[in-house]
Design a protein around this ligand. Structure first.
Ligand code: SAH
Length: 245
């Protein structure tokens, strides 16, 4: 199955076992992926459903629905203070490969960037491509950028961590290890990482008040782009090794 090309579709495109393809999707399937009528591909709705489909020009015929098990056992949200430049593109791409469920870009006190609306579209496209590449059954949701304080107030996660580069906090791995036998498919983990200049002390205090536990990612100071990738790798490794044991 893995050699088949995958594209994301909207549920509204699906009617009576047929997918009504948009002109862009037709172009992509025909000109970019070089599919001919009768060739098969995988359609994914970004919500966990995959179908084996047969390309027929403007439409595609659904042949069967597929089961995939490429998702992490627990929903993980990364709350990431926007780094400068295009650094967030890498965060979105790599964290999608690693299995993130939600990415919440936030503007913190020391964030230098105010993102344009086009950025969100770009990140969504990057997430979609990375999800296809990594054979994920979900395309992660990328939330609209909001201020750090708004983001803190709206979260519902059962387990909350804020990565802080300085100070002697428990390692994230240790913190997750302690709860890894309690977490279930209904648990949600949220991990916050700061911008180049780090979190302000006030932000860390607000986060603690909102139930976040400060954690360390090791003894070295990681770049703002590296920190969420490392945090997610640690959590994914802990959770998946528990599941596979
Ligand atoms: N300039 C800041 C560091 C910012 S690093 C300073 O000198 O203190 C950017 C973000 O990555 C931090 O806010 C933190 O969330 C995360 N981070 C980087 N290294 C880390 C570490 N060793 N442990 C925990 N978090 C880290």
């Amino acid at each position: 199955m893995s050699q088949l090309q995958r594209i994301a579709i909207a549920l509204s495109q699906l009617q009576q076992e047929q997918i009504f393809l948009t002109p862009q999707q037709q172009h992509y399937l025909e000109r970019v992926l070089r599919l001919r009528k009768g060739d098969r591909f995988i359609a994914m709705d970004g919500q966990g459903k995959w179908w084996l489909a047969e390309f027929a020009g403007e439409k595609a015929q659904i042949l069967e629905s597929l089961t995939v098990q490429t998702e992490l056992p627990v929903s993980i949200t990364l709350m990431v203070a926007l780094p400068k430049g295009n650094g967030f593109d890498d965060v979105v791409r790599i964290c999608t490969e690693l299995g993130v469920a939600f990415i919440a870009p936030v503007m913190s006190d020391r964030t230098l960037l105010n993102p344009s609306p086009q950025k969100l579209e770009r990140w969504l496209r990057i997430a979609q491509e990375a999800a296809e590449q990594s054979e994920r059954s979900f395309v992660p949701t990328i939330l609209e950028p909001v201020s750090f304080s708004t983001s803190l107030a709206t979260g519902t996660a059962t387990h909350r961590y804020i990565c802080e580069a300085r100070g002697s906090y428990p390692h994230l791995r240790e913190a997750i290890n302690q709860v890894s036998t309690q977490v279930s498919t209904t648990s949600e983990i949220i991990i916050a990482t700061g911008p180049e200049g780090g979190w302000t002390q006030k932000e860390v205090e607000y986060a603690i008040d909102a139930g976040f536990q400060p954690v360390s990612l090791g003894r070295r100071i990681l770049r703002a782009v590296t920190a969420p990738i490392v945090a997610l790798s640690i959590v994914a490794a802990e959770l998946e090794s528990v599941t596979f044991n």
